[in-house]
Design a protein around this ligand. Sequence first.
Ligand code: AMP
Length: 279
Amino acid sequence: MTVILREGADLRKLVRGWKAAGNIVGLVPTMGALHDGHLSLARAAKAECERVIVTIFVNPRQFNNPDDLKKYPRTEAADAGLLATVGVDVIFAPTADEVYPAGFATTVSVAGVAEPLEGVLRPGHFDGVATVVTKLFGMTLADRAYFGQKDWQQLRVVNRLVRDLNLPVWIVGCETVREADGVAMSSRNARLGGAARRIAPALFAAMTRAGGAIRSGADPTTALADCRAEVLASGFDSVEYIELRDAATLEAAEGLNRPLRLLAAVWLAGVRLIDNIAV
Ligand code: AMP
């Protein structure tokens, strides 16, 4: 079983030893309830780094909805079992007090790329993400950090943050891992009942169709409207956004001559799901 550390000081001591031996240290930040998407990041880190740390921390500061925080699945023993199969070196699973001790007063806030989409719909979310990610880089002294494209805007925010603050860590963005029916793996999928789970694949299917149509010359406004209508007709409760954006800046897409991203946030059976694809 992989060793679990809860205190930053213990982790720092371990990592200093690795660094003294010249080892490259990889970090995979997670909130636990691990699935194959997370494990793909851990495997990528294992392939490229001599030492790998997976952090499990359900970060209260990135939840704008207290109910979502309360309901977030916590499965540490199962997570440790899965990570042992990948062979990561250590799990860092600090308490909230360890990460945010009394008197904690700093917020890292990214403008620009953090502002649209999730930035509008989940106020404070990216401040929470940017703050905890900056802290995890400091606590782990990682050389490389692995993030999923599943959370595309988050990946762009982290890239911006690292560049803007000259943080000495290389960010690796890993492809979204999907179930056989196309549903993007997510810890929140566990909260979908059977009927909702059968509806879920319609999102990726509609997005893929819209992306293909746009690339084939369809009018994006019409293709996006069709996509939203298709998702609702499939049984999703509501669509927060299904938008075509510049892949790097998340600003409105201007023409098709730059990499674009189709991004979605939808509700299904009381669960908020996000997904995105390249266009
Ligand atoms: P989370 O535990 O949801 O905060 O996710 C931790 C990391 O795993 C983030 O970098 C996510 O983007 C990544 N991740 C989550 N789901 C997937 C997936 N289906 N495929 C690839 N990476 C993922």
